[in-house]
Write a protein that binds this ligand. Structure first.
Ligand code: ADP
Ligand code: MG
Length: 602
């Protein structure tokens, strides 16, 4: 008995679109067909469990068969199969309406690019690569087998078939433009991308290509460190071992399993994104997990598997989806809890990993209010002697010495302890503590601390620091008279006239340098920030510097009383140049002049 039919009246515009316009991700046809085979197998297992299918199920392995000579790829399963009526219902009507919906969305221009790869085109994606598709299937319910055939036009045929074993073969006659899929290596690549962890064994070319029991589906209590590490190297073959991991495991209000690994972060290597793989019931979906995973954890590695995240929809839908938001919040909370627990229970271990973790913690604090609240307890500040403190511990430590006249705490930091060495030495002499904040995000982090932690300000060691901290009540008295101080300023003003430098005289302690050059803290931060952001708005502004003259330094006295004006001028220039030298900005002609003047003076 041969049956013929029309798939739908409006078919004409569907197959060409399926065939031609989905070029960017043709690979997915195999994922779709194999996941249908997996579904059919799992449904059979369920029916057997509840007693609707009797007897042994036997071997349920799914096979992918490549016949280069015939130009076909066949996906064979031993699942529940379909009767002729079911083909009619599920393939001719239901599956087809899925494809039709796809095309409607596709025509909605806005969605065009986002849709591909995020919309389950299902069975009909086979036509992206095939000139003809056949289904040969026998249901567990009946003895009759059926064969469906369609050449991508609007008509199909269904006839009886002599097949006797339960299950389904989907036979693809690969079209001329898709001959690449007839190569073994190509199929292998696709299988290892999409099918690595499918829950039913998949065989290709005589080998099982998947691991049907990945560890993320197991209970954390049944797993050892080794298991997690082995799985990590299964995912990322040549990577260094991860620092630690979080096993996600939740059933209510949504189902989510997964393992998130914290990789080692090296300061000089740009961390890689898109290393988290998203699965839906062990079917690989994407490694673009934006929105599902909070932005600050995008640098983590690992796997997330949730049948509850709606995958067969476009990106814009994913963004607004309430469940996706819940998943995102759950992951944030889990990560915060894990870090908190590590910090409380094994602080030393935690501190040893801080160099790598700090990037995540700081990024999280800057970008997520809720995370910031929790992280306040386990975010560490590291001083230049490599001692770590929590924010509160550090505040306690510096309180006695580093409170300014407005009762604000002044936190001093360096972004480069080599280049800013002189400045560090200057403040250390006063007994002040200096933090090392030289990380990728520290510029933003400094800003964050200042706004979130009450009553503190942060000053880079080479910014207007000396100023701020000496402005306490016990201000040193200048050894110069007011008149002399004015004279000194006039002398220095003359030297820097017409440059970006301005002079300020002030009585500091006698062991502070005679001349120090500083940059305004605000300008410093804006510049670094705009350089990092790639838009160089502030970077284009000229730099401004302050020449701080310590009127209590013996040289101040010497300059004022020097009667040889040539020597007087040289001492001033030499002092300014020395300050530039320790700031690292003395170069070119200025440096040449400095060297020449130095030998003359010797
Ligand atoms: P979906 O998988 O989202 O339901 P598809 O277009 O992939 O959509 O498949 C449509 C329907 O065809 C399936 O729901 C299933 O009923 C049926 N089907 C497809 N492939 C098989 C198969 N290998 N075995 C049994 N039924 C299948
Ligand atoms: Mg499907």
């Amino acid at each position: 008995m041969i049956q013929q039919g029309n798939i739908s009246v409006s078919t004409e515009n569907i197959f060409p679109i399926i065939k031609k316009f989905l070029y960017s991700d043709h690979d997915i046809f195999l994922r779709e067909l194999i996941s249908n085979a997996v579904d059919a197998t799992q449904k059979l297992q369920t029916l057997s469990r509840i007693g609707d299918v009797s007897g042994e199920l036997g071997d349920l392995k799914i096979e992918i068969v490549l016949d280069e000579a015939a130009g076909t790829i066949t996906v064979k399963d031993k699942g529940l199969g379909m009767t002729a009526e079911e083909i009619n219902k599920y393939i001719n009507q239901v599956a087809f309406s899925g494809a039709k919906e796809f095309v409607e969305k596709y025509n909605d221009k806005l969605e065009q690019n986002q849709i591909i790869g995020h919309f389950g085109l299902g069975f009909y994606s086979a036509f992206m690569v095939s000139s003809k598709v056949e289904i040969v299937t026998k249901s567990f319910k009946t003895d009759d087998a059926a064969k469906w055939s369609c050449d991508g036009s609007t008509t199909y045929t269904i006839e009886e078939d002599s097949r006797t074993e339960r299950g389904t073969d989907i036979i693809l006659y690969i079209n001329d433009e898709s001959k690449e899929f007839l190569e073994k290596s190509r199929i292998q690549t696709i299988l290892s991308k999409f099918c690595k962890f499918l829950p039913v064994e998949i065989e290709f070319d005589g080998k099982v290509v998947n691991n049907p029991n990945p560890i993320w589906k197991k209970k954390p209590a049944d797993l050892k460190t080794e298991d997690y590490e082995n799985f990590y190297s299964e995912l990322y073959p040549f990577s260094e071992a991860p620092l630690f991991w979080i096993h996600l495991n939740v059933e209510v209000p949504f189902t989510l399993n997964g393992i998130l690994y914290f990789p080692k972060v090296k300061p000089d290597v740009e961390p890689q994104r898109n290393k988290i793989q998203l699965y839906s019931n062990q079917v690989f979906v994407t490694d673009d997990v934006k929105d599902v995973v909070p932005e600050f954890l995008m640098l983590l590695h690992g796997v997330i598997d949730s049948p509850d995240i709606p995958l067969n929809v476009s990106r814009s839908y994913l963004q607004g989806d309430a469940r996706v938001k819940q998943v995102n919040q759950y992951i944030t909370r889990k990560v915060a809890d894990k870090l908190d627990e590590m910090f409380r229970n094994e602080r030393e271990v935690y501190e040893n990993k801080w160099e790598s973790i700090n990037l995540f913690v700081k990024y999280g604090m800057i970008s997520e209010e809720k995370f910031a609240e929790k992280a306040r307890k386990f975010c560490l500040l590291t001083d230049i002697d490599n001692v770590n403190y929590t924010i509160d511990e550090y505040i306690e430590k510096i309180k006695p010495l580093q409170t300014d006249k407005d009762q604000k705490l002044v936190l001093l930091y360096t972004t480069d302890s080599t280049k800013q060495h002189t400045y560090i030495a200057n403040v250390q002499r006063k007994g002040y503590s200096v933090l090392n904040l030289n990380g990728m995000l520290d510029n933003h982090f400094v800003q964050h601390l200042e706004t979130k932690v009450e009553n503190i300000i942060l000053k880079r060691v080479d910014a207007d620091t000396i100023d701020k901290l000496v402005d306490k009540d016990e201000k040193p008295v200048s050894i110069l008279s007011e008149e002399e101080e004015k004279q000194l300023k006039v002398l220095l003003d003359a030297k820097v006239a017409g440059t970006a430098y301005t002079v300020e005289t002030k009585a500091l302690s006698s062991d502070d340098d005679f001349i120090t050059i500083t940059k305004p803290e605000f300008e410093q931060r804006m510049k670094t920030m705009s350089q990092m952001g790639g838009m160089n708005f502030f970077g284009a502004l000229p730099d401004t510097y302050k020449v701080q003259v310590n009127t209590n330094h013996p040289l101040a006295n010497k300059v004022i009383h020097e009667t040889n004006t040539d020597l007087q001028s040289k001492i001033i220039m030499q002092s300014i140049d020395l300050a530039k030298l320790s700031q690292g900005t003395l170069q070119g002609e200025e440096l040449t002049n400095f060297i020449k003047r130095s030998s003359e003076m010797m």
